[in-house]
Design a protein around this ligand. Structure first.
Ligand code: NAD
Ligand code: WQD
Length: 356
């Protein structure tokens, strides 16, 4: 069964490709590589020993999408493609609305045209804004506080309206909490551009010596140690959640929202401690002012996903940090082909190129 994965070369997309291939699905990736490298897909192939099709194309390009749907009998779409940086979305809101909202419209138009009506969509816990209480349940009020989050809310509403207009549509809105970690092989992981915005990629670059110290944003939050608390989820657990959501879509119609989180909250200092343990290194830290827009505490009630999808996160924060550290130490510069430690001959490289 063929699944179209938009944004499949990215961080969460590449891990989901591994899980989909391991579960026996055929996959077609469409990605414009605006925030990723094709190398990630070569490594997906190396991990799984299976091939996939790749189209370097933009989801805003209706002509390209049309061709992809004509060339492949696609049964469902897992839709990751989008911009995701909160701060950037504040500075460039139109770019975010265009890429995320218009991009999803183009994709839905192409799906409608070709009679493909199943979608798993990457939403975010950011739609809850400042939560009224924790743990956060799916029917708690939403109210994103930044343009990025509002694009996710708009898309959720748009997909809801589409499903009402045509009940044959079947949609899963997955609200991820804080995805971190990497595949246990150390071959794929998060490869941020420039100085990371997010906590774990930042800590990881301190540990490898690229950055001097972690700046802990705020020490007076209403939490056990004064630092912000989040629900960190291993990206491989998250990827497995997509396979479960897809299985559900194949057997029913409607629209459902699921929190994908562990249900546990960890502070910034907890994560520093876990990373120090995993890497066997001290992470120098200093406290600075709060980062504007940050909230005290966020963690999921994941009971609905457990009940309806039969999915539950299984990996703890030490494993998340160990896997991040393995990825970081094997790939200090991210996806740079000449640094690959595991490629043993020129022929092997040629074969990867040919397979895509
Ligand atoms: P990512 O940037 O690594 O992956 C997104 C991929 O989409 C990239 O490969 C990028 O090149 C591609 N892309 C972007 N715009 C495109 C377009 N117009 N056409 C084709 N390809 C395009 O990000 P990620 O962390 O893997 O996130 C995947 C999805 O999950 C995003 O929609 C993001 O908003 C959402 N999400 C991420 C997080 C997180 O913390 N990483 C949390 C919640 C939700
Ligand atoms: C975690 C904690 C910071 C960096 C973001 C997006 C959200 C979602 C996931 C896409 C907070 C603290 C961080 C640093 C620090 N992405 N921190 N020093 O803000 O919970 O969520 O990623 O949908 O939309 O907003 O994650 O990793 O940035 O921060 O002290 O250098 O770490 O204050 O308490 P966040 P994060």
């Amino acid at each position: 069964m063929k699944i179209l994965v938009t944004g499949g070369a990215g961080y969460i997309g590449s891990h989901t490709c591994v899980e989909l291939l391991n579960a026996g699905y055929e996959i077609i990736v469409v990605d414009n590589l605006s925030n990723s490298k094709q190398e990630s897909l070569k490594r997906v192939r190396q991990i799984t020993g299976k091939s996939l099709s790749f189209y370097k194309a933009d989801i805003l390009d209706s002509t390209a999408l049309n061709e992809i749907f004509i060339e492949n009998k696609i049964e469902a779409v897992i839709h990751f493609a989008g911009f995701k940086a909160v701060g950037e979305s504040v500075n460039f809101p139109l770019a975010y609305y265009h890429n995320n909202v218009t991009g999803t419209m183009r994709l839905c138009e192409a799906m409608t045209k070709h009679g493909v009506k199943r979608m798993v969509f990457s939403s975010s816990a950011t739609v809850y804004g400042n939560p009224v209480s924790v743990p956060i349940s799916e029917d708690d009020p939403v109210g994103a506080t930044n343009p990025y989050g509002r694009t996710k809310q708009i898309i959720e509403n748009m997909l809801g309206d589409l499903q009402v207009s045509d009940p044959e549509w079947n949609v899963a809105l997955l609200r991820y909490f804080n995805p971190i970690g990497a595949h246990e092989s150390g071959l794929i992981g998060e490869d941020p551009n420039g100085i990371p915005n997010n906590l774990i990629p930042y800590i990881s670059q301190v540990a490898i010596g690229k950055l001097n110290e972690l700046k802990v944003f705020g020490k007076d939050y209403q939490t056990k140690d004064g630092t912000g608390v989040r629900d960190y989820i291993h990206v491989v657990d998250l990827a497995a959640g997509h396979v479960k959501a897809l299985e559900k879509l194949l057997g029913s119609t409607g629209i459902q929202t699921y929190n994908l989180g562990t249900g546990k909250g960890h502070s910034v200092l907890d994560m520093v401690g876990a990373f120090e343990k995993a890497a066997g290194k001290k992470i120098p830290c200093c406290f600075v002012e709060r980062r504007p827009g940050d909230i005290d505490i966020s963690y999921a009630n994941p009971a609905k996903a457990q009940r309806e999808l039969g999915w539950r996160a299984s990996k703890g924060i030490i494993e998340m940090c160990e896997d991040t550290w393995r990825w970081q130490s094997y790939n200090p510069e991210g996806y740079i082909t000449h640094k690959l430690h595991y490629i043993t001959s020129a022929n092997t490289v040629v074969n990867y190129e040919e397979s895509l």
